[in-house]
Design a protein around this ligand. Structure first.
Ligand code: UD1
Ligand code: CA
Length: 455
């Protein structure tokens, strides 16, 4: 089939410079959700009708498989679909979706397409307790005969609870004909896509309907409040599916997944964690409260303690990270490593069994196994123009408050005395330190205030 996604509308009620369909839901533009769902149906073509916001919309959405049709000015939903016609294969039915209705499920759309087949007009409809604002489905003897927009409806029609969700499937050649004959003689002076229903009935084309599995699948976003409502619906669904897979969530209402989170067995996630991009948590991994984890792999049995930020990093099995740790891009922690509070790591490989437990910056470094990095250690990796690497070999011991001025290497089993500023390589198995000699001045007396006894 063909898919047309309407995304030209203005979205005035969002009160934003950003085009409505580019507002993120779960970290991804509304329109991208609709496109991904369309792709899951493997259509022959996907045409996105854009207009308001101009080139910003196509420029923000990637996809070599997408075709873009400009609608300028925006004269209604029927006029919008008309702009897509040149891209459509007339031999296949066309599914119309809305760029601001992000949660429609693949199964619901497949059911609608199935009901419509190649010859019928299919409408996705839903019964709403309050149908205000929606187009009403008018039936005669059970058969759909037309849609009447709320603004054009009389009191009796407004009493109808079955509404048009806007999503439809139509035989394309007939659709083109019906659109060509639309008029804008209505309350909004627009070319209504919904008027093709009466045209189909007039041509003797059967009009059928399907209902979504869940009513929220048809909810659209017109305001920031609705965006937040849909975000919660989406997140609740993710939380439920995680729990169904056996993940322990301290509170399903306090987790946000903005991407793909995959979990092994017996994973535990405490409150207020945010997962972004592709995150994998191994068997038995535990994530403490208030962590943000983005594009990362956390090994089995690893523990991420509260208030930790992990980005583009790999954490080995049984590692312990945090509280208050920051793993920046390119960090790879081996098995059984420990990274403690106020430690920042960037582009650093730290092998199995090594520890940096307190208050350190380790950047552009290669750290061997069983290394101990003392509190307050800093790799001075940047001279203001270039970055250099620090290498710390297996079993080295870095005393507290040490600066490693890169490029520099600490040999296997070497010990650095506390407070060392290391500017040349430290040989293996030796103690190296740079430190002013400690002295005690025997004759020194603390000065006292001149001119009196008052202290
Ligand atoms: C439309 C339907 C109504 C249905 C409702 C469901 C029509 C005439 N009415 O009404 O029956 O109950 O959706 O939400 O179709 N758009 C364009 N170009 C335009 C106008 C709209 O691309 O010129 C896009 C919008 O960006 C939006 C969608 O079409 O994604 C729906 O437009 P909107 O103006 O919200 O339609 P409604 O009046 O809500
Ligand atoms: Ca709308």
């Amino acid at each position: 089939m063909n898919v047309v996604i309407l995304a030209a509308g203005m979205g005035k009620r969002m009160r934003s410079e950003l085009p409505k369909v580019l507002h993120p839901l779960a970290g991804k533009p509304l329109l991208a959700h609709v496109i991904d769902c369309a792709r899951s149906l493997a259509p022959a073509t996907i045409v996105v009708v854009y207009g308001h916001g101009g080139a910003q919309v196509p420029e923000s959405i990637a996809g070599a498989d997408l075709r873009w049709a400009l609608q300028e000015p925006q004269l209604g939903t029927g006029h919008a679909v008309m702009q897509a016609l040149p891209h459509l294969d007339p031999g296949q039915p066309t599914l119309v979706l809305y760029g601001d209705v992000p949660l429609t499920g693949r199964d619901t759309l497949a059911r609608l397409a199935e009901a419509a087949g190649a010859e019928r007009l299919g409408l996705l409809t839903v019964d709403l307790p309050d149908a205000t604002g929606y187009g009403r489905i008018v039936r005669d003897d059970g058969r759909i005969v037309r849609i009447v927009e709320h603004k054009d409806a009389d009191a009796a029609t407004r009493a109808i609870r079955e509404v048009n969700t806007g999503i439809m499937v139509a035989p394309t050649a007939a659709l083109a004909r019906w659109l060509g004959a639309l008029s804008n003689d209505n309350a909004q002076k627009e070319y209504y896509l919904t008027d093709v229903v009466a045209a189909a009935v007039h041509d003797g084309v059967e009009v059928v309907s399907a209902q979504p599995a869940h009513a929220w699948e048809t909810l659209g976003v017109n305001s920031k409040r609705q965006l937040a409502e849909l975000e919660r619906i989406y997140q609740n669904r993710v939380a439920e599916s995680l729990m169904d897979d056996g993940v322990w969530l301290a509170d399903p209402a306090r987790i946000d997944v903005r991407g793909e989170l995959s979990c092994g067995r017996d994973v535990a996630i405490d409150v207020n964690c945010v997962f972004e991009g592709a995150v994998a948590l191994g068997d038995g991994a535990r994530v403490g409260a208030h962590c943000v984890i983005r594009n990362a792999r956390i090994g089995p049995g690893a523990e991420i303690l509260p208030f930790t930020l992990v980005e583009d990093a790999i954490v080995g099995a049984r590692a312990r990270v945090g509280p208050y740790a920051r793993l920046r891009p390119g960090t790879e922690l081996g098995d059984d490593t420990h990274v403690g509070n106020f430690v920042e790591m960037k582009n650093t490989r730290m092998a199995a069994g090594s520890k940096a437990n307190h208050l350190s910056y380790v950047g552009d470094a290669v750290v061997g196994e069983r290394v101990n990095i003392g509190a307050g250690t800093i790799t001075c990796n940047y001279d203001g123009a270039n970055k250099y690497q620090t290498v710390i070999e297996d079993d080295a011991f870095i005393g507290s408050d040490t600066q490693l001025v890169a490029p520099v290497r600490v040999g296997r089993g070497a010990t650095l005395g506390a407070g060392t500023t290391l500017t040349r390589d430290a040989p293996a198995d030796k103690l190296t330190l740079s430190r002013a000699k400690q002295a005690t001045i025997e004759s020194w007396k603390r000065p006292s205030k001149k001119g009196g006894a008052r202290s």
